[in-house]
Design a protein around this ligand. Sequence first.
Ligand code: SR1
Ligand code: MG
Length: 395
Amino acid sequence: MSYQILNERTVSDYLESKPDLLRASGIDPTHLTVTEVSDGNLNQVFICRDDAGQSLCIKQALPYLRVAGESWPLKPERAAAEARSFAVGAELSPDSTPGYLGFDAENFVLAMQDLSDWTVWRTALMHGEIHQGAEADCGRHAARMAVGTSLFGIDPEVLKNQHAASMNGELCRITEDLVFTEPFMVHERNSFHDGVADAVAALRHNEALLAQVSMLKLDFMTRAEALIHGDLHTGSVMVRHDTGSTDKGHAKVFDGEFCFYGPIGFDLGALFGNYLAAAERAAVLDRPTEFRAWVRSLPAATWEAFESEVRLLWPTRVDDSFGDDFLDLWLDRIKADAIGYGGCKAIRRIVGFAKVADIEELPEPQHVTAANQVLTTATEWILDRENRTPAELLG
Ligand code: SR1
Ligand code: MG
């Protein structure tokens, strides 16, 4: 399919031709300053600001993976999944969702609130910044999305139609390959430092681990519990300090193009796995005690906010044949899933395609120490996930 691929010079004219997007943003397209700020792996992103200081963010899906180029084609229709994620987030969790201004399905363009005065959480963590409260926002957001898009928030027939309309097979396959398959075998897309080669070989020969990873993969591919984000790492979260504070903050979740009906624990696990990378970075860089303690507390704080919010919403469930004892069992399963998926997500960032800067940008000796520690801890999480609590995960 051919469509207009935007660049910094063409965004103004494009916006002038899209009165719906303009109306929602209140921006004047005639004197726009447009800056490309593309940062993620898949898409291009522009910040547009008018002379009066009004701004908006434009995100366009390319027909290929941005970081790989045309050698890795990708259907731009994935932008429709992100539009779905935005619309549902705006309804169920508005405080933790960036303002959603509209979607142009012909050109695969999303318009959203400009969050230039927010910081990507991964970047803030790498710099040793504390945003106490962001972790709970993420847990609450995951809970609201989980309950609101599941059997507990929607009539079962309506739910089945929503599930069918939310298929996102191409992006799910990326996760299936990059998270659950390739890191555990020899594959051309993998890469890792020689200093972790022994640990990588060990996990590939660990039959118990491989079986558990396959079990988690099967659940990822078949257990359609709720509309999950699908890629909720710390690069999919923006944070900002509360006014006047240097350590209290809030979070907004964005970048929902991987969303699909999947296991609820997967999103929490993505956060846990990235908290692990942040914690190991903080350890090898000998960050201040207060920061390291806060990072170690993140899995428990996210989990506690998730569980509290689910319990708060539980009396509103649309099918009360699911009772309170079931809720305890269900939460236990989500918790174990989250820990297992956290392990898988951490391992893929050390071994597979698409690394994380927390570990990649460490100087060599620290990189090897942190990467080995991530692999050891992640393996334990997967194998022992039924017996672990989020409070114990980071020691
Ligand atoms: C092929 S895309 C690589 C990764 O970028 C996204 O953020 C997802 O994590 C995906 O696995
Ligand atoms: Mg992303």
